[in-house]
Write a protein that binds this ligand. Structure first.
Ligand SMILES: *Cc1c(COP(=O)(O)O)cnc(C)c1O
Length: 235
């Protein structure tokens, strides 16, 4: 066995990469047109290091304190950190200082704070605006009407770069039910984008529905369980 195949994450990681390549091929998309964000919430810095050894660079985290610990431990690695969790107003400074991307922007107030708090020596913070495609009350995210009204205000913020849209649909086993919210997000993007605000990123698709998301145009899928196995919250 090579060093790579001895790595316990080698097989699941390559299975996910294969699923992505096959889904791209099935809908005639260019190989590599979908980025993989490895969702590492609840995973140790050592596990993240193992995945980085296999070539993974983009990592997504949901819980700020947990993420900051790992970012410090892994600071010598060239990794890109994406915040994908719920944002609390009193924690925006640490997000602005430590992350490259935030996918879960559902409030202009949060985006304004992040822009104000983004250190000047860093490039603008990349953001995706979260859209509530399934209409669930428990989920954050703008609806289409709000987004159309707020987009100019978001794009005017100086230290933020609006890169696209993100959604977390309700889980659905049935393929056609999986497609619907992803298709809605893509169509919304097509209606809202313009040459100044291309909204190139569609952050959608997780372990159970990445194929459906890629077929609908996802440019980035957020995958945890299929790489790392089931999460254990009681550690
Ligand atoms: C946890 C999480 C994921 C990963 O989900 P899996 O089903 O484990 O792949 C993706 N996106 C967000 C926003 C998450 O919170």
């Amino acid at each position: 066995m090579t060093e790579q195949t001895k790595n316990s994450l080698h097989q699941p990681y390559h299975q996910v990469l294969d699923r992505i390549r096959r889904a791209e091929a099935n809908c005639n998309r260019a190989p590599g047109s979908t980025q993989l964000l490895a969702v590492s919430k609840t995973r140790s810095a050592d596990e993240i290091g193992l995945l980085a050894d296999l070539g993974q660079r983009l990592f997504g985290e949901n819980y700020l304190q947990e993420a900051l610990t790992k970012i410090v431990l892994l600071q010598d690695r060239d990794l890109e950190w994406h915040f994908i969790g719920r944002i609390q107003s009193n924690k925006t400074r640490q997000i602005a200082e430590n992350f490259h991307w935030v996918h879960s922007i559902a409030s202009l107030k949060h985006a304004t704070r992040l822009s104000d708090q983004r250190p000047q020596h860093l490039s603008p913070l990349n953001i995706c605006l979260q859209v509530n495609t399934s209409g669930e009350k428990s989920k954050d995210g703008h609806n289409e009407h709000e987004l159309a009204e707020l987009l100019d205000a978001y794009t005017a913020l100086p230290n933020i770069q609006v890169r696209g849209l993100m959604t977390i649909p309700a889980p659905a086993e049935d393929k056609s039910a999986q497609h619907y919210p992803f298709q809605q997000l893509r169509r919304l993007r097509d209606r809202l984008c313009n040459k100044d605000v291309p909204l190139n990123t569609l952050s959608m698709g997780m372990s159970d529905d990445l194929e459906s998301a890629i077929e609908e145009g996802a440019t980035l899928v957020r995958i945890g369980t299929a790489i790392f196995g089931p999460r254990q919250y009681n550690q």
